[in-house]
Design a binder for this molecule. Structure first.
Ligand code: URA
Ligand code: SF4
Length: 188
């Protein structure tokens, strides 16, 4: 557990805890407001993210940004990270040992950000954070509270590319997040 961001990021830069370190170009640490009330967690870097070292800059990220614009969410206001920090080859789902090896870094990020709301983007994020017993199809769109944090599971933005219905549901889920965020801000 690191208590500052620089040390945490540096330890990931030299990380060799799983086999993804052998194929990465850059680690994708995370980005955004380090004191955000809302944190979003994806799966892992794709080709564009691996090249740039920033999460959600490719196709899926553009879809996410469209939703943010439509709902007036400022991307700089939230914090965005992934389950694994290095790109899985051919964008496959991270394997169990990879996710397990990397998860401590994400836990450390959550401890440093102290978000009130965590949006879980897709099945990989949901299962690794809340447990294998959850399925994204039935869990999405409903709040789950654990240890003082409100979790909102929703579709992974890449799933929206193929399915208009999911796009509508994704927007709906993010709208719930914004409403809750507004409530929290009013209480402050
Ligand atoms: N998909 C993810 O899960 N994360 C990214 O950063 C980009 C695409
Ligand atoms: Fe380390 Fe995570 Fe990269 Fe694996 S994916 S090498 S655990 S930083």
């Amino acid at each position: 557990m690191k208590d500052n961001w620089e040390e945490l990021e540096n330890s990931i830069k030299s990380c060799k805890k799983c086999k993804l370190c052998t194929t990465r170009t850059n680690i994708v640490f995370g980005c955004g407001n380090k004191n955000a009330d809302i944190m979003m967690i994806g799966e892992g870097p794709g080709a564009d993210e691996d090249r740039e070292g920033i999460p959600f800059v490719g196709k899926a990220g553009k879809l996410m940004n469209n939703a943010f614009e439509g709902l007036k969410i400022n991307r700089d206001e939230i914090y965005i990270a992934n389950i694994v920090k290095c790109r899985p080859p051919q964008n496959r789902v991270p394997e169990e040992d990879e996710a397990r090896a990397c998860l401590d870094y994400l836990r450390n990020q959550v401890i440093l950000v102290k978000p009130k709301i965590i949006v879980l983007l897709g099945s990989t994020a949901l299962k690794n954070i809340l447990g294998k017993e959850y399925g994204i199809t039935s869990a999405r769109g409903k709040w789950i509270e654990k240890k003082g944090i409100l979790y909102m599971p929703t579709w992974h933005p890449a799933a929206l590319l193929r399915d208009e219905n999911k796009k509508i549901e994704f927007w709906k889920d993010l709208k719930l997040v914004i409403e809750k965020y507004d409530e929290i801000k009013e209480l402050k």
